[in-house]
Design a protein around this ligand. Structure first.
Ligand SMILES: Cc1ncc(C[n+]2csc(CCOP(=O)(O)OP(=O)(O)O)c2C)c(N)n1
Length: 697
């Protein structure tokens, strides 16, 4: 590696590049990017390589901590660009995590990371560097905290806004046992929460309880002003206002410069008195009022990239007898141009087309910041389900100005950004507040609007009661669009979208649409918007290889393959394609099968129910829970039809996901393990034929 390149890399990572003379050998611990002839890169991580546990982090000097920060950033860019994963959030929390592990004694002290998507640095500092080779891959490191991986991971999360509740619970237990006072050897409880996660209702509920119970919890508010997109919150707005208040910033900068040259004891005295000055300035804006009104002490804001300052503040805050918020300001995507320059998401998460490929898809650390690297632009990915929804919604909204769109902090991933561009006043980002999103939609519908709530299937589960009682009981025309439905894969047990159909079936009168391919989204959305009461439209993320059949319309099922009607395969949603593959395999063995894409689960197409009722064997397949799912529902309708006519019902099998927690792996691999791919479904048909002694003809 050339010295010039070395200097570039260092500069890109925020090192003092002037300190590196052009021809000087790299200083110990500095970041070196090698470029071996194979094109593969190796990072010379002189300090990170030595970190196997938090005690190694505690042993570092402050200068080494700075270098470690740079090494971690370089490592994360390299690793995540190969496997995909959360990048921007982790780049922003490097120094904060180092400070936490220097001050606290994990796992004795309890560290909770809210949501958990930003725990990569924590994983690195707790001895899991090697695991990043296979981040989020089957059998590899999880993308979130995971108790099987480390004693330093206390929970398995990924849904936001829970850390304060875990913290409250554990602190309450420690207090009951008399083990919450560090002065007498007790354990400390720390919750790290982002400003985005702080928009979630659970976080407020927990704050209220923390303040009321005076539980001994340190809440580190990691404020980068961003959620997936800019954070939607007046509180976050005032935090940002504080961050940007020129008086505050000037004073803080002067303090920083002034303190730098003072001897440690004088520096600490000066810090205390100047702290008073900054506190006085804080009076001009409100965040402390908010927290303190709830009984939670507020302190900050601090520069979240200044390790010594954070260490000092954490040590002091940890002595506080009750709940205390330490507000730190960080920069999402820090130190990496493409992340810093990503206006919307700050490279919040990164998806790669071919995980674990030999080459990285991102520009290298140190490349010009406007270099987009090999990152696939969304357009190159073809028309995904989300893209198809995005277009269909805009078309519908052009024709009907009552249509409004709601997201719970996910405008980009759910495809609502272009809706926002087209109809800014009809777009609502409510923050990470799924429950509120549903009940606010109910309110909008009561007042004459036609809301469309776009939400990930997994997060919709947060709002089942609101869906049932606030929307359903009032039979309001709210369309819920559940993206990422089914087996989602890499993000593990808490991100699969397995419950949406089971839950929708429990909401009386809720129509359910399961488009099997992107071209099916527009007709499904049209029909959902024509429904008098609530409707669910659910679809996966995966790209479809090509059209299965001409799109259907209205509430009608479509036949994908004609057989003689004896054996009927009902392929629900994405699994319609797998069913056609199964039918091809069976046809090659002389077994003719009819394949039907129901399109609409409820109200079921009477023609579909009649076909099912008339068959000798019906096999349904879905990428949701089998127990109480869509297949079971359709079969019960067919049985009712048979009972009404005094006929015996068809023999049947319902294929779907078992009621269990599925570990992370690629969706196709999981579906294959579960027998929900073409060969698996064909095998189930064969075994059902044998079990029921059904022979052809
Ligand atoms: C209940 C729930 N809804 C939505 C999400 C999707 N999500 C993951 S991270 C994130 C943003 C979190 O923002 P913040 O807490 O500020 O962390 P940052 O990434 O900015 O560091 C969102 C909306 C989620 N994880 N959980």
């Amino acid at each position: 590696m050339t010295p010039a390149r070395h200097a570039t890399a260092a500069r890109a990572l925020g090192h003092d590049s002037e300190a590196l003379a052009p021809n000087a050998p790299p200083v110990p611990g500095s970041l070196v990017l090698h470029s071996p002839p194979s094109g593969e890169r190796e990072l010379d991580l002189m300090i990170l390589d030595r970190i196997h546990s938090p005690s190694d982090v505690k042993a570092l000097s402050q200068r080494e901590c700075e270098i470690l920060s740079a090494e971690i950033r370089a490592f994360l860019v390299e690793a995540v660009s190969r496997t995909g994963g959360h990048l921007g959030s982790n780049l922003g929390i490097v120094e904060l995590t180092i400070a936490l592990h220097r001050v606290f004694d994990s796992p004795r002290d309890l560290l909770f990371f809210d949501t958990g998507h930003q725990a990569y640095v924590h994983k690195l500092l707790t001895g899991r560097m090697a695991g990043f080779e296979r981040l989020k891959q089957e059998g590899g490191l999880s993308g979130y905290p995971n108790r099987k991986e480390s004693v330093h991971d206390l929970v398995e999360n990924s849904h936001a806004s829970t850390a304060l509740s875990y913290a409250h619970g554990t602190a309450a237990a420690l207090r009951l046992e008399g083990r919450d006072d560090p002065a007498t050897g007790g354990r400390r409880v720390v919750a790290v929460v982002g400003d985005g996660a702080l928009t979630g209702g659970m976080a407020y509920e927990a704050l209220n309880n923390l303040g009321h119970s005076a539980a001994r919890v340190l809440i580190v508010l990691n404020d980068n002003g961003r959620s997936y997109a800019p954070t939607i919150s007046k509180l976050s707005g005032s935090l940002t206002q504080l961050r940007l208040d020129p008086r505050y910033v000037q004073v803080r900068e002067r303090i920083r410069h002034g303190l730098r040259d003072l001897p440690p004891t004088v520096g600490s005295l000066a810090y205390t008195s100047i702290h008073g000055l900054t506190s006085a300035l804080r009076e001009v804006v409100e965040p402390h009022v908010f927290f303190e009104a709830l009984g939670v002490r507020y302190t900050g804001p601090l520069d979240g990239h200044d390790i010594p300052a954070m260490e000092r503040a954490m040590r002091r805050a940890a002595e506080w007898q009750g709940p205390i918020v330490l507000h730190v300001l960080t920069k999402k995507g820090k130190g990496y141009g493409p992340a810093e320059n990503d206006e919307i998401a700050k490279l919040h998460d990164l998806r790669v087309a071919a995980p674990a490929s030999a080459t990285s898809v991102l520009p290298r650390v140190g490349a010009p910041t406007d270099d987009p690297g090999g990152l696939p632009a969304p357009a190159q990915l073809g028309d995904s389900y989300t893209e198809a929804f995005s277009k269909a919604l805009i078309r519908a909204a052009e024709a009907d100005d009552r249509i409004v769109a709601i997201t719970a902090a996910m405008p980009g991933p759910t495809g609502l950004l272009s809706f926002e561009d087209h109809f800014p006043e009809r777009f609502f980002d409510v923050g990470i507040a799924e429950q509120h999103a549903l009940t606010a939609a109910a309110g909008m519908a009561m007042a004459g609007l036609h809301p469309v709530v776009a939400i990930y299937s997994t997060f919709l589960a947060r709002a089942v009661d609101q869906w049932n009682l606030d929307v359903g009981l009032h039979h309001l025309p709210v369309v819920i669009v559940a993206d990422r439905a089914g087996v989602t894969g890499d993000d593990g047990p808490s991100h699969h979208g397995l419950y949406d159909m089971v839950q929708a079936l429990q909401v009386p009168g809720c129509a359910i649409f399961a488009p099997s391919e992107p071209a099916e989204i527009a007709p499904a959305l049209t029909a959902a918007l024509e429904t008098a009461g609530p409707a669910l439209v659910r679809y996966p993320k995966t790209l479809a290889p090509g059209p299965l059949a001409p799109p259907g319309s209205g509430l009608h099922a479509r036949t994908l393959r004609e057989g003689d009607g004896d054996i009927v395969l009902v392929g629900i949603g994405k699994l319609a394609r797998a069913c056609t593959e199964a039918a091809d395999l069976l046809a090659a063995e002389g077994i003719e099968v009819t394949v039907i894409d129901p399109r609409v689960i409820r109200p079921a197409d009477p023609a579909l129910i009649e076909q099912m009722a008339a068959a000798r064997l019906v096999v349904t397949a879905e990428d949701g829970l089998a127990h109480g799912g869509a297949g079971a529902f359709l079969l019960s309708e067919a049985e009712l039809a048979c009972a009404g006519n005094g006929r015996p019902g068809p023999r049947s099998a319902t294929l779907g996901v078992p009621t269990t927690y599925l570990a992370h792996a690629k969706p196709d691999a999981i579906l294959c393990h579960l027998g929900l791919d073409g060969p698996g479904i064909a095998a189930s048909v064969r075994s059902a034929l044998a079990r029921f002694s059904i022979t052809d003809g």
